[in-house]
Ligand binder design. Structure first.
Ligand SMILES: Nc1ncnc2c1ncn2[C@@H]1O[C@H](COP(=O)(O)OP(=O)(O)O)[C@@H](O)[C@H]1O
Ligand SMILES: [Mg+2]
Length: 298
C-alpha cells in the first residue's frame, strides 16, 4: 500500500513467528522496506546490524544480491565460508531467520534505472531467491515499501502472493482498490504472476460503529480475499516492540494482545492454505464470509 504506518512490518513479524513456531514452516523474513531497519528493530537485532555496518562487516548484504557481480561474489563467499549467505542471514531468537535491509538499497534503486529491459530490471530479486533462498525455506516473507520503486517491483515480481494491510480509514480503502487494479493490469501485461491473496485490516476496533462499517465495506469490496480475522489495536504491540520481541514473547499479555495473537494465528493458517491452493478464491465458501459480517453487525 502506498502509505506508511498501516502495520506492514508489525504484521509480517508476527505472521513470520506463527509460520515458523506454530505451523512448522522454515521461514525467512526479508526487509526491503527501507533504511530504518524496522524488522531488525522489531526483533531486537538492529544494534547488531549497525555494528556490522560501522565495522564494514556488512558485506555481502541484500543490496549485493541485486548487483550484476552477485554470481561472482557468491562463488567467492562459498569458497571462503562454505555458504554464500552465511554473512547475510541472521537467525532470530524468536524462530524465523532474517535478511536485514541495507542502506545500499537506495543506490541499487537508482542503478536499476539504468537497466533498460524491464524484464531484467525487475528480475534480480527473483533470480537471487530462486537460486539461493528457495531451497532453504518453506515460506519467504518480504517486507516491501508501498512506493512503486524498482525495489518494490522486484519484490512483487519475485512474490507468488501479495498481502495488503489497510487501516480502517476513509482513504485507505481506495488505496487497497488501486493496489488490486494495479496488480491485475501488471498480471495482464505479464509483468507479474501474483495475486492479491489477502487483505487485512490493522487496528480495527470491531466494537465501534465506524469499525463495523469499515469491515462491511471491505468485505463487500474484497470478498473472499479478506483475512478471516482483522487485527485489533493493542498497547502491548508497542510494549513488545520496545523490548525487541513480538507479542508472543510477553509473559502477561493484555486481553487485546491475546485477541491480536489469535488473529495472527488464524490469518497465517489461512494464508498457508491459500499458498497451497491454486484456486483458493473460488474454493472459499463465500456464504461463511457473509455470515461473519452479519454476526459482527448483530
Ligand atoms: N495492532 C496494532 N496495535 C497497536 N499498534 C500497532 C498495531 N500494528 C501496528 N502498530 C503500530 O503502528 C505503527 C506503524 O506500524 P508498522 O508496522 O511500522 O507500519 P508500516 O510497516 O506499514 O509502516 C508502529 O508504531 C506500530 O507499533
Ligand atoms: Mg514498515
Amino acid at each position: 500500500m502506498d502509505k506508511g504506518g498501516t502495520g506492514k512490518t508489525t504484521t509480517l513479524a508476527h505472521l513470520g513467528v506463527v509460520f515458523e513456531n506454530e505451523l512448522d514452516y522454515e521461514t525467512v523474513l526479508i526487509d526491503l522496506a527501507g533504511k530504518q531497519g524496522d524488522l531488525a528493530k522489531h526483533f531486537g537485532v538492529w544494534e547488531q546490524v549497525e555494528v556490522a555496518v560501522a565495522n564494514d562487516d556488512d558485506w555481502p548484504n541484500i543490496a549485493t544480491t541485486f548487483q550484476e557481480k552477485w554470481g561472482q561474489v557468491a562463488r567467492l563467499q562459498d569458497e571462503s565460508t562454505g555458504d554464500p549467505l552465511a554473512d547475510m542471514i541472521l537467525s532470530l531468537d524468536e524462530g524465523p531467520d532474517l535478511i536485514p535491509t541495507s542502506e545500499e538499497l537506495d543506490g541499487i534503486d537508482s542503478m536499476l534505472n539504468t537497466v533498460d529491459d524491464p524484464g531484467e530490471r525487475y528480475a534480480r530479486l527473483d533470480a537471487f531467491l530462486t537460486e539461493y533462498v528457495d531451497e532453504r525455506y518453506d515460506v519467504i516473507l518480504i517486507d516491501a515499501a508501498g512506493s512503486s520503486s524498482n525495489i518494490t517491483m522486484n519484490a512483487l515480481r519475485a512474490a507468488g502472493h501479495v498481502v495488503a494491510l489497510s487501516k480502517p480509514a476513509p482513504f485507505d480503502e481506495g488505496q487497497a482498490r488501486k493496489l488490486r487494479t494495479d496488480l491485475k493490469s501488471m498480471v495482464e501485461q505479464q509483468t507479474l504472476e501474483t495475486d492479491l491473496t489477502m487483505v487485512m485490516l490493522n487496528e480495527l476496533d470491531g466494537n465501534t460503529i465506524a469499525g463495523r462499517e469499515f469491515l462491511q465495506r471491505f468485505e463487500a469490496e474484497f470478498g473472499p480475499a479478506m483475512a478471516p480475522q482483522q487485527i485489533p489495536s493493542t498497547q502491548d504491540i508497542i510494549n513488545a516492540q520496545m523490548r525487541g520481541t513480538t507479542l508472543f514473547e510477553l509473559e502477561d499479555p493484555l486481553a487485546t494482545a491475546e485477541r491480536a495473537m489469535d488473529a495472527y494465528r488464524a490469518n497465517a493458517t489461512e494464508l498457508a492454505r491459500r499458498f497451497e491452493t491454486c484456486d483458493w478464491m473460488t474454493e472459499t465458501d463465500s456464504s461463511t464470509v457473509e455470515s461473519d459480517i452479519s454476526t459482527e453487525v448483530n
